[in-house]
Write a protein that binds this ligand. Structure first.
Ligand SMILES: [Fe+2]
Length: 214
């Protein structure tokens, strides 16, 4: 994904039907080529009319939108978040997923949740509890602690670093699962690309400043 304007839709990193039977090809086609593409197109159209902000990074647009002019503030919030969240979503799924986290992430999950089944239960509760459209997240804070949270609409968890996000907008599942959000969550969980998530976790760890012990 580009770091700033103009943004372009990243190609889907697998075939539309590669995630079947958990997520069928028609669902993925609409989600990626219509919904994700629409966020990218709208964000570019907004920024085309606001050249002062074309150098802002996607993360800066997601976090600093309150300082933007009123005329574009809410639209940037919605669409920059939509771009950021969907870029992460499609990159963290895999047709042939490795089903367990790497050593460092597994240890952190054990420390902060008691194990992967407990993490899954916490994320599932967050996904089901989100009222209306939004996301359930696994995040890492500045102390390296993992947490589960949820955000409404297309808000991101930034500045908490997102490791994994479950899209619970109806466009993410209704074509296949209708009102069975829990079944969609269970299917989505089976597709998680744990090596990718583990790599993100280790990357954040390595970027964190190290302070000497007092
Ligand atoms: Fe979505």
């Amino acid at each position: 994904m580009e770091s700033h304007y103009p943004f372009t839709l990243p190609p889907l990193p697998y075939a539309y039907d590669a995630l079947e039977p958990e997520l069928d090809g028609r669902l993925i086609h609409f989600h990626h080529d219509k919904h994700f593409a629409a966020y990218v197109d709208r964000l570019d159209r907004i920024l085309a009319q606001a050249p002062a902000y074309q150098s802002w990074s996607l993360e800066q647009l997601c976090t600093d939108w309150p300082s933007l002019p009123c005329a574009i503030r809410q639209d940037v919030r919605n669409n920059a978040g939509g771009v950021y969240n969907h870029d992460l979503y499609f990159r963290t799924l895999h047709p042939l997923p490795v089903t367990s986290p790497g050593v460092a992430l597994r240890a952190a999950i054990q420390r902060d949740f008691g194990g992967t089944p407990e993490l899954k239960a916490a994320m599932r509760s967050a996904a089901l509890a989100q009222f209306g459209s939004g996301w359930a997240w696994l995040t890492e804070d500045c102390d390296g602690r993992l947490a589960v949270c949820r955000t409404p609409n297309q808000d991101t968890p930034l500045p908490l670093q997102p490791l994994l996000g479950c899209d619970v907008w109806e466009h993410a599942y209704y074509l296949q699962y209708q009102d069975r959000r829990g079944d969609y969550f269970d299917a989505w969980w089976r597709l998680i690309d744990w090596p990718e998530i583990s790599q993100r976790y280790e990357q954040y760890l390595s970027q964190r400043p190290h302070y000497p012990d007092p």
